[in-house]
Design a protein around this ligand. Structure first.
Ligand code: GUN
Length: 287
């Protein structure tokens, strides 16, 4: 069994981003800029945004967090997004999800300029991903693909079972795998007999937030396991969706959780923001 070390790879990627930021600053005087919209007091969201901000600082990005109260109006968030769309020092806009129930999330995601959509949640970028065109790809599934590539795990022709069908993780994960010529199944909360599907999988990618959802009896020998889930045990420990201790004994490769996919999500946010900044720098040059 080999660990898929997302922490190590994310550090490597950060270093590369850092080098490219230096070059960008020297050649065009541009500093990549990320704007984050955070609404309410959810501690997990606040922690994620804080980690994203720190990562921006480490690689030399400019970043700004719009910290908004829980009861903020839809219109006020829309005004902020519109002003970030028009702000030349902002290359990427990220709306931390989930948003409070009174907010129309879809409308906000559609308001983000697709060229600044570093989360890849705008339907324009979703469509480009599904049709295998270049665009912005959601950070978590993109990070998983980078991690598989780093360990030379080729999914071409392999049976890949994605567990979880969210717009943020499961669906884009399935699209990326399909674009890489895998055979893809998407299982979700309504799937009958999950074990029947996972037992046939060469690669299982699971991100639903249910502790010990995937147990050793549900996987075949030498399976590749990518654990995207994050939950907190009653004791306060962060864990994934996989019974790591027992499943790891049957796996060829497995991500630890934490330390697997999580750091890759942040590395891909940096990479997507750099990509947006480079495109914007090119645009400015040709104007
Ligand atoms: N909430 C949970 N994951 C994510 C993510 O990748 N991006 C954003 N914006 N919100 C999230």
């Amino acid at each position: 069994m080999q660990l898929l070390d997302g922490k190590l790879l994310s550090q490597k990627i950060e270093q590369q981003v850092n080098e490219e930021v230096k070059t960008l600053k020297e050649t065009c005087g541009c500093t990549p800029g990320l704007a984050v919209v955070l609404v309410g007091q959810d501690p997990a969201s606040a922690a994620y945004v804080n980690m994203k901000k720190k990562a921006c600082d480490r690689v030399g990005f400019y970043s700004i967090t719009h910290d908004m109260p829980e009861n903020i109006s839809q219109e006020a968030i829309e005004r902020t997004i519109k002003s970030m769309n028009e702000n030349d020092s902002i290359d990427g806009i990220l709306i931390q999800l989930p948003l409070p129930a009174h907010i129309d999330t879809t409308k906000l995601l559609e308001l983000v300029d697709p060229a600044k959509d570093v989360d890849g949640f705008h339907p324009y970028n979703v469509g480009r991903l599904v049709t295998n065109l270049d665009g912005f790809v959601p950070c978590t599934p993109l990070g998983v693909m980078e991690l598989l590539k780093e360990y030379n795990i080729d999914v071409k022709g392999k049976n890949c079972v994605v567990v979880g069908a969210s717009n943020i993780v499961g669906k884009p994960m399935a699209s990326l795998l399909l674009n890489a010529d895998a055979t893809v199944e998407i299982c979700h909360i309504h799937t009958d007999d999950l074990k029947k599907h996972t037992l046939a999988a060469d690669v299982i990618l699971v991100g639903v937030g249910v502790i010990n959802l995937i147990t050793a009896d549900m996987v075949k020998d030498d399976v590749v396991i990518v654990d995207i889930g994050v939950s907190r045990t009653p004791e306060g420990k962060l864990v994934g969706d996989v019974d790591f201790e027992n499943v790891s004994k049957k796996s060829s490769y497995i991500t630890p959780s934490p330390g697997g996919v999580g750091p890759m999500t942040i590395a891909m946010l940096l990479s997507n923001t750099l990509k947006a900044a480079k495109i914007n720098a090119q645009k400015k040059k040709s104007e």
